[in-house]
Design a binder for this molecule. Sequence first.
Ligand SMILES: Nc1ncnc2c1ncn2[C@@H]1O[C@H](COP(=O)(O)OP(=O)(O)OP(=O)(O)O)[C@@H](O)[C@H]1O
Ligand SMILES: [Mg+2]
Length: 347
Amino acid sequence: MIVRLCQALSQTVREADLTELAVTFIPQALSIRFASLWLADDTDATQLRLAGSSAPLSLPAHLALETVPSSTAEVDVLTLPFNWPEGVAWRAVVRLRNGSQLIGVCLLGDKIREGVFSDKDVRVLRTLAGGLATRAANLNHLDRERRLLLALADKEDNVRRLIAAELHDEGITQLSVVRRMVESRRKPEIIMAGLERVIQNIRVLSRKHLEPVGLEQGFLAALEAFIEQTGALNSQIQLCVNVPETLPHLSATADRELFFITQEAVTNAVKYSNASLIQINIRLHSASLELTISDNGQGFDPAPLLTGRETRGLGIMQARASRLQASLAVTSIVSQGTTVVVDLPEA
Ligand SMILES: Nc1ncnc2c1ncn2[C@@H]1O[C@H](COP(=O)(O)OP(=O)(O)OP(=O)(O)O)[C@@H](O)[C@H]1O
Ligand SMILES: [Mg+2]
């Protein structure tokens, strides 16, 4: 029976599968009346929510975490069941831990026949607890990846909408004005001036939103243009760039994503770090390219932003890296500065 449950466990890839296993298969296999699975909310690890439900129903923290105060056991059979919500009596708690962090609990009702949990039941549950915890942690990870990719798509969608709006206002509307000038036979100089204005508008639009300058020639060219621009805007910060003269051939996607990661990291350093120096380094290894953006500023704690629900710059930077199957690490030391390292394999 334990083998079958472990097999089923190894096949769970969605929260719904894990929930079915916990609330249907495990109770069936162990003759338990009912069960429920609660998983940590990945925005707030102290909150547990009912798995398989989108309702924001949270298990009161004192029930999940302190039902059996000071217990560090994976499985606790309670001598006194706790009742929550009214009318439901929970008889055992299976804690799911990822390292020292509690990432979920499976609550079990009474046994159907014997009335008490046997030592064997507890052993089986203890074995399953590890597997359930690993699967639940993976779900969290997958969920976060999915969310970040959605945020990235969202950001790109917003840019598309912005471009559509600006094309309408700065392009089409202005062109209609020029058409009216032609229809009313205005002087050629006036019509030419109107056309020039439209061309200029569209040029700005294309630079601003569509392609960073130089990107059509690759990451290094775009980087050079960006550094020039950023350097000119911030005379107090020294920008130091140490990159090879040429890079191995990169796909257009890699050129783009590396550029936008660098742009975000440098922009963050300029905006928040109070640094006097920002360094951008690229090192080529035998099977990878390592891009580092570091500053010597005040530093910050990136952990909550990289592991929480955050879908701002840092999270999106990470989604861009995963799109390239690259790894991205942000380390920061207070008063010493921040370093972002991207490791792109097989570049
Ligand atoms: N190099 C840095 N030095 C100091 N603090 C930083 C640095 N990079 C990021 N931060 C801190 O981390 C926070 C989150 O950065 P992140 O890029 O995710 O979002 P944001 O820059 O605030 O918004 P967005 O990128 O969406 O415009 C920043 O608000 C800032 O407090
Ligand atoms: Mg940012």
